[in-house]
Design a protein around this ligand. Structure first.
Ligand code: ADP
Ligand code: MG
Length: 248
């Protein structure tokens, strides 16, 4: 079942650089919400914070001077102090930007890797069947090395791998980046279909029109702040938002 997400006052800084500033954001259970905005706005950092990856950097001191504040509620539970794997096992799952399959592994092995937190083999098999129904090309290419897939196929694999983890809310970072328009459309049709499976979606995209066209609501992020939010129709009709932040 889907689960709602509520983010309150999320701020992230790396040393003196304030990357995300007091972001409030909500995704209702089963809703699709798009976060759009220019390159460098802090979109990826928000998703990495929600996934526990910023906390991991902070606690493992992999990165100097990481500051992280704010509350993240997933369903009835506060999750911002949990380690990344526990956040994922609750169903808040990130499909990271730039796809990055394990190139030397087969497509099927990549998908299995997405189920590493899933204890039941039966559940993993059911999910594999569901992913292959959604993306038949992944079944066809199951034995092929992931590095040989096209860009669009690699993006399907990345989403498939995230689905193997059993998301209640799937966070997808820039699925369309680097893909030809002809490849984008069928990919987004599939993402729409994920929504019909009762999975919530938090979609981060630079292609604002495409992302907002399938969302229930949207946020515009610029320089780490939410500068506009509302229904997709409202955001796309706002001349200032279009010109200043969306480059439309
Ligand atoms: N680990 C980091 N250390 C320092 N600066 C970072 C780090 N990660 C991201 N940034 C900076 O934060 C800003 C926002 O980055 P990002 O979240 O990737 O934006 P977006 O996804 O919207 O393009 C950029 O200026 C980027 O250089
Ligand atoms: Mg990004």
């Amino acid at each position: 079942m889907a689960e709602g997400l509520r983010v309150q006052g999320l701020s992230v800084s790396y040393g003196p650089a304030l990357i995300v500033h007091e972001v409030d954001l909500e995704v209702g259970a089963g809703a699709t919400v798009s976060v759009v905005g220019p390159n460098g706005a802090g979109k990826t950092t928000v998703l990495r914070a929600l996934s526990g990856l910023v906390l991991w950097e902070k606690s493992s001191s992999r990165q100097a001077g990481v500051q992280l504040v704010g509350e993240v509620w997933f369903g009835q539970e506060r999750v911002d102090h949990l380690p990344a794997h526990q956040i994922a096992s609750r169903g808040l799952i990130l499909c990271p930007e730039r796809r990055r399959p394990f190139r030397e592994m087969t497509v099927e092995e990549n998908l299995q890797a997405g189920a590493y937190l899933v204890r039941s083999r039966k559940v993993a098999q059911q999910r594999m069947a569901e992913v292959c129904r959604l993306f038949p090309v992944l079944r066809e290419r199951g034995r092929q090395r992931a590095g040989t897939l096209s860009g669009g196929e690699q993006q399907m694999l990345a989403i498939g791998r995230a689905l193997m983890g059993g998301p209640k809310l799937l966070m997808i970072d820039e699925p369309s980046t680097g893909l030809a328009p002809l490849v984008k459309q069928p990919l987004f049709a599939r993402i729409r279909e994920i929504k019909t499976l009762g999975i919530g979606i938090l979609l981060v995209e630079q292609d604002a029109e495409l992302a907002l066209s399938m969302a229930d609501s949207g946020y515009v992020l610029s320089q780490g702040r939410v500068v506009a939010q509302g229904s997709p129709a409202e955001l796309l009709a706002d001349e200032v938002v279009r010109r200043s932040y969306l480059g439309l």
